[in-house]
Ligand binder design. Structure first.
Ligand code: SF4
Length: 185
């Protein structure tokens, strides 16, 4: 069951905000169960975490993109610890995002899987993530109740996220609204 974390120390305004957030998560779950058109949960999550997210030092935040966004001819090497090592060849949009992210002092990674992303978050001591995910992964995270009013649960951490949906559910040659990632940086 989705629960409100930290309600003991909440003012009533804060409590209402948390309740609204949790009700959005419930509604999203219900829409999935009833095969209804889903609401834009990513915008709700972004707005809810935003205030805390912008207080995190940028070097403790990483932009993490999924491997499905890279070009078929991507020349990048793979690192067991850091994922796909983009060199900003600009065959795909990841390179431009990487340049922008690094110039603003964020960390930047391209990940081959959700499991790898979780290990990356722990290994790099991240407190915030700007990420991109497909509807399937978003729904899975909400259904598993990994997302609460305190953040995305990864091991014992609560990560404040800012995210975007991929344009389609496809593990190859996917796309995203690149400019919107920049707006989140
Ligand atoms: S920009 Fe980066 S991720 Fe995209 S194809 Fe080039 S090296 Fe690969």
């Amino acid at each position: 069951m989705l629960k409100i974390e930290g309600y003991e120390n909440s003012s009533s305004a804060n409590m209402i905000k948390k309740l609204k957030f949790i009700s959005h998560l419930y509604r999203y779950k219900l829409q999935g169960l009833l095969s209804l058109k889903r609401s834009d949960i990513m915008s709700v999550i972004n707005a809810y975490y935003r205030e805390d997210f912008i207080k995190i030092a940028k070097n403790e935040v990483a932009v993490i993109l999924p491997h499905c966004l890279i070009n078929d001819k991507c020349p990048a090497r793979f690192s067991k610890t850091d994922g796909i090592l983009c060199n900003s060849c600009n065959l795909c949009g990841c390179g431009d995002i990487r340049e922008t992210a690094l110039s603003r002092n964020y960390q930047f990674y391209i990940t081959p899987s959700v499991g790898f992303t979780k290990r990356l978050i722990t290994r790099k001591n991240l407190r915030g993530v700007i990420g991109v995910a497909c509807d399937y992964e978003i729904e899975k995270g909400i259904r598993a109740e990994n997302i609460s009013n305190n953040g995305l649960a990864v091991e014992r951490r609560k990560i404040k996220t800012q995210g975007l949906r991929l344009n389609v559910y496809d593990c190859v040659n996917n796309t995203v609204e690149w400019n919107k990632i920049k707006e989140l940086l």
